[in-house]
Design a protein around this ligand. Structure first.
Ligand code: AHM
Ligand code: MG
Length: 342
């Protein structure tokens, strides 16, 4: 029986493209693949056992209930530690850099991750995801890894990807040689290559944003959204609005169908004047994948992958998607800047 290309075969064949490869990076990616299967198992049975709901509550056995995002965080940490290939980890769930316990070997990579993005949607059975972003350490191996390693520009990512727990479970990743998607075949317990060399259409018909924030956006963004909806604007076809409120699911749909996702700066909330999404574990990996698929990602004024990070949980505006759609958005932003300067 031919089951197709497994993710392990695919990662291994990528490794062969690099003559100096030691297998370390392959071990690291495979740890993420196993974590994805563990989280998928727990997400799939969430309605059957007490993993839904708030951490801190007590289940019928008198044990403390862990939230699914805590379970996902723990699964990623343990499997990445066990790989022996990481020098530190940075999770959206934890305030500081995560040290590697003494019993594990340290490696040359570090991983930023959002263990369960969109977790506010869990109780309603809406698609959620895990996002990861991998860098090579820049400090010498004999030192403890620190902020210098963690705060690298997105263009220095050696790989990025996400897992979507949806109607099927998919893993999409890029190591800088295109974007490839794998679907979990539960009957054999393997991720199989289902979407080789994904290219995002150069222009889409979908825009995805939380439009309830409209009045708090800058002028350029408001004008752009008005233009998308204007039947007189001369679009080949009118744009349609699709917003799940789960970045992985919104991004994945737009990656396959074409379109633009926007989470611009929100000028209302002093806690998120730079947008809501996190640069290191959300904006950078999605921007890397989108660019690898032929799309673009901007904050409105700069390329996301060129931002020099200053904090591990820094937030940025994120506008990402089809190349021509993002270019049109940038034109609106430039015109608005020109008006306010002139
Ligand atoms: P989370 O990391 O706390 O789950 O928040 C991130 C999520 C993204 O998945 C999604 O794009 C965004 O928040 C939705 O925000 P909003 O509810 O403001 O539209
Ligand atoms: Mg998140």
């Amino acid at each position: 029986m031919d089951i197709g290309v497994t993710i392990f075969d695919h990662i291994l064949s990528n490794q062969k493209l690099n003559p100096g490869a030691t297998g370390a990076f392959t071990r690291l990616l495979m740890a993420i693949v196993v974590a994805a299967k563990v989280v998928q198992r727990d997400v799939a049975k969430a309605g059957l056992v007490d993993v839904l709901g708030r951490a801190g509550s007590i289940n019928v056995q008198g044990e403390e209930v862990q939230k699914l995002d805590e379970i996902a965080n723990q699964a990623l940490k343990s499997l990445l530690w066990s790989s022996g290939e990481v020098c530190t980890l940075i999770s959206e769930e934890e305030a500081d850099l995560i040290e590697i316990p003494r019993q594990f070997k340290r490696g040359n990579y570090l991983v930023h991750f959002d263990p369960l993005d969109g977790s506010s949607n869990i109780d309603a059975n809406v698609s959620i995801g895990t996002i990861f972003s991998i860098y090579r350490r820049v400090t010498p191996p004999e030192m403890d890894a620190g902020l210098q390693d963690a705060l690298q520009q997105g263009m220095r990512q050696v790989a990025a990807g996400y897992i979507i727990y949806g109607s099927s479970c998919m893993l999409v990743y890029s190591t800088g040689y295109g974007v490839h998607g794998f679907t979990l075949d539960a009957s054999v317990g393997e991720f199989l290559l289902s979407h080789p060399s994904i290219r995002i259409p150069s222009r889409g018909k979908i825009y995805s944003t939380n439009e309830s924030n409209y009045r708090y956006w800058d002028e350029g963004t408001r004008n752009y959204i008005d233009w998308l909806k204007d039947p007189e604007a001369g679009h080949a076809k009118p744009y349609t609005s699709r917003y799940i409120g789960s970045l992985v699911a919104d991004f994945h749909r737009n990656l396959l169908y074409g379109g633009i996702f926007l989470y611009p700066a929100d000028l209302r909330d002093p806690h998120k004047p730079r947008g809501k999404l996190r640069l290191m574990c959300e904006a950078n990996p999605m921007s890397f994948i989108c660019e690898q698929a032929g799309g673009l990602a901007t904050t409105g004024s700069e390329r996301v992958l060129e931002i020099q990070p200053t904090e591990i949980h820094q937030r940025v505006p994120l506008i990402v998607g089809s190349c021509e759609d993002v270019q049109t958005y940038q034109d609106f932003m430039a015109r608005a800047r020109g008006r306010s300067a002139g």
